[in-house]
Design a protein. Structure first.
Length: 339
């Protein structure tokens, strides 16, 4: 007759074990997502999407990683402290179920990720990206599988030094990844500068089309930018988002371009702004279709500096853009006859 008293699951046991499993899953998911985005960014592929200029997905994964990993360590510390004080709790049914569930999910995750990665590789992804992502999956999944299996076999209780080595190794990898991530993403202040620069670029593009519209409507370039202000349509010339300084504008002497049976003047003007950073080269640094969050930029959020070739690319500091209006492409509108 078995007289062994089986331990009961207390509320503390339940939430500690559920919490550590939840933290582990969140950590693993955010780490893989984060590493995949970094690999895409550092190893661009011309056939991939443009990368998100604000690294939104990478920043969210990094934030989740920074929060979830310490929580995981704290929960693990409390669980092992409790199990060392109460060895009978190692046989908790809940604990064994969660361990086997983790092993199963890890196995399934590896299989699914390898299928997706292999499918992308066969679809043309460069081998460097593919190999680094496979290595990342094996490191994360292999680490989780080994530590979970060791925990089930009681290795960490018999030899606490191995548990400390495993946690230290995981901590070093995570810290290295976080540091690498900040070198790619940049500091919060650099992202603020980037948003300001993109707003400046959007403003200048908007002003450009207002100038073209003024030319087509009135037949001449505006003398100053204030001529474009239109309270009726609620349009006012924007100013620099950071300094509130006005953008620079000047007209350049028109040239005469010979055209068949006539001569056409080509109005030319210049727009200038002061930028905090140089244009980003984001081509191919995103993922593929359905992989790695390829993005399309809303016009009010980001202006692709490569639109139209080098049309809007700029260096840090004062940058000017000279524009010439082709009267054949943008003819002056005919005024309706007076009645």
């Amino acid at each position: 007759m078995d007289t062994t008293i089986k331990p009961k699951v207390t509320a503390k046991d339940f939430f500690l074990h559920i919490g550590v499993i939840a933290a582990l899953y969140v950590f693993a998911t955010s780490f893989l997502s984060f590493m995949f985005d970094i690999i895409n960014f550092v190893f661009p592929d011309r056939q991939a999407y443009y990368a998100d200029p604000y690294s939104s997905g990478m920043r969210f994964a990094l934030s989740t990683l920074i929060v979830s990993f310490p929580i995981l360590l704290v929960l693990l510390r409390n669980i092992y402290k409790d199990l060392l004080a109460n060895p009978a709790k190692r046989e908790l049914t809940l604990r064994k179920w969660l361990i086997f569930l983790t092993l199963f999910i890890t196995f399934v995750t590896v299989a699914v990720d390898l299928i997706v990665l292999l499918n992308t590789f066969l679809g043309g992804e460069i081998s460097t990206r593919f190999l680094l992502k496979v290595v990342t999956v094996f490191i994360v999944a292999g680490g989780i599988f080994w530590t979970t299996l060791s925990d089930l076999r009681g290795v960490f209780f018999e030899n606490p030094k191995k548990r400390k080595i495993a946690l230290s190794a995981a901590s070093i990898i995570v810290v290295a990844a976080v540091v690498w991530g900040f070198t790619v993403i940049g500091s919060p202040s650099s992202l603020r500068d980037l948003r300001d620069d993109n707003q400046r670029l959007s403003d200048l593009q908007n002003i450009q089309w207002q100038i073209v519209n003024h030319y087509q409507t009135k037949g001449t370039l505006p003398a100053t930018l204030s001529d474009l202000n239109d309270p009726l349509s609620n349009y006012m010339i924007p100013k620099d988002p950071a300094t509130d300084a006005p953008y620079e504008y000047r007209t350049i002497a028109a040239t005469t371009t010979p055209v068949v049976k006539s001569a056409t003047t080509t109005p030319t003007f210049e727009l200038c702004g002061t930028f905090a950073k140089s244009s980003q080269d984001l081509e191919g640094k995103g993922g593929y279709s359905g992989i790695g969050r390829g993005v399309t930029y809303p016009s009010d959020v980001y202006v692709d500096p490569s639109f139209g070739g080098d049309n809007w690319k700029h260096d840090a500091g004062r940058a000017c853009f000279i524009r010439t209006i082709d009267p054949l492409k943008y003819p002056i509108f005919e005024k309706p006859p007076r009645s």
